[in-house]
Design a protein around this ligand. Structure first.
Ligand code: SF4
Ligand code: MG
Length: 335
């Protein structure tokens, strides 16, 4: 499979009066053509910062990419000028945000908003742009596109507005689409429709998608692979099957246990006790140690290396590290 994105050892910080927040701390992942990678984690874990870094939308200052590479189609995006980035954003890499209302301009018809992006980046006639806009409206499932092209955002429902936002993001035929909590602001039925739409878009355009979400239900529906993020680090990455059926990291297991299930009569949800660490002064070792039932002395001192469970399944936990086996024995003996 063709790799279109490679994020290598990415570090992002934000400098504030209170100190420096280490929001992303050494993130590594790849993305292949036509796949959907979900980055999952609690709010504040660094998942949005990671996607904003790929788009080079980190406000500098206070933010800064302090280390690492973001290789998109063989070139390191972190070295690009803002001028060069402007030719890539919305063209080769597009982004969809959570709230469809703020993403649209209330004073312009949706036809104009669809055509604007295209005409800014490609020299096309008005007629070609209009045809493409109608095509996109059809792709995202907006009925009667010809009539609706001249309507304003407030004349559409929330779900339809999010479809328009998706159409705008896709009109220049990007290779990479980043969707940050794209269904969070929508009600459950509409959510399901938008997720089906992502599936359809991928089948028809072969775009690669990074989906940022805290919702494992969303992940279960559309992701091919999942990367679990905690306190600025990716702590487990694998195929959907590997992470749902064979999770290795205690945090991933906790996240899965906290998903409500329809067949769970009377069983209590088990959210993970405690809170993530302070990213002004992140712990040296495993950031989950303070909340982990299995924490050993080494966990607090040293960050666990990558352990590979398969070609596609990677986890950072001392429980999976051969070198810690004797420590586990000691731990059990002490009990
Ligand atoms: Fe728990 Fe240690 Fe694994 Fe961290 S490294 S998740 S503290 S067992
Ligand atoms: Mg976010």
């Amino acid at each position: 499979m063709e790799k279109i994105l490679e994020v290598k050892n990415l570090h992002v910080t934000f400098t504030t009066y209170g100190g420096t927040v280490k929001a992303v701390r050494g993130v590594n992942f790849d993305l292949f053509k036509g796949e959907t990678l979900a980055i999952v984690g609690e709010s504040g874990c660094g998942k949005s910062v990671t996607s904003n870094a790929i788009m080079r939308l980190i406000p500098t200052p206070p933010g800064e990419i302090t280390q690492g590479e973001i290789i998109f189609n063989g070139e390191d995006v972190t070295s690009f000028s803002e001028k060069k980035m402007r030719t890539i954003r919305g063209v080769d890499i597009s982004m969809i945000f959570q709230d469809p209302m703020t993403a649209l301009n209330p004073t312009l018809t949706i036809g104009n908003q669809l055509m604007e992006g295209l005409r800014q980046h490609h020299k096309v006639t008005k007629e070609t742009a209009r045809r493409k806009a109608l095509e996109m409206m059809d792709l995202v499932g907006i009925p009667n596109p010809k009539e609706r092209l001249n309507q304003y955002p407030h004349q559409f429902s929330g779900g339809m507005r999010q479809r328009i936002v998706i159409a705008i993001a896709l009109i220049c035929e990007p290779e990479l689409l980043i969707a940050d909590e794209p269904t969070t602001a929508l009600d459950v039925t509409i959510q399901a429709q938008i997720l089906e739409l992502f599936d359809k878009i991928q089948r028809e355009t072969n775009v690669s998608i990074i989906l940022i979400t805290h919702d494992l239900g969303v992940v279960a529906k559309v992701a091919d692979r999942i990367a679990v993020m905690y306190a600025g680090k990716l702590i487990e990455t694998g195929t959907k099957r590997e992470l749902f059926y064979n999770p290795q990291h205690p945090y991933t297991k906790g996240l899965l246990r906290s998903v409500p299930r329809l067949n769970m009569k009377g069983e209590a949800l088990s959210p993970i006790d405690g809170t993530p660490p302070d990213l002004f002064a992140p712990p040296k070792g495993c950031p989950f140690a303070a909340r982990c039932d299995f924490a050993m002395e080494v966990c607090e001192r040293v960050y666990p290396d990558d352990s590979l469970k398969s070609d596609t399944h990677r986890v950072n936990c001392w429980l999976q590290d051969k070198r810690a086996e004797h420590l586990l024995v000691i731990n059990y003996r002490n009990e």
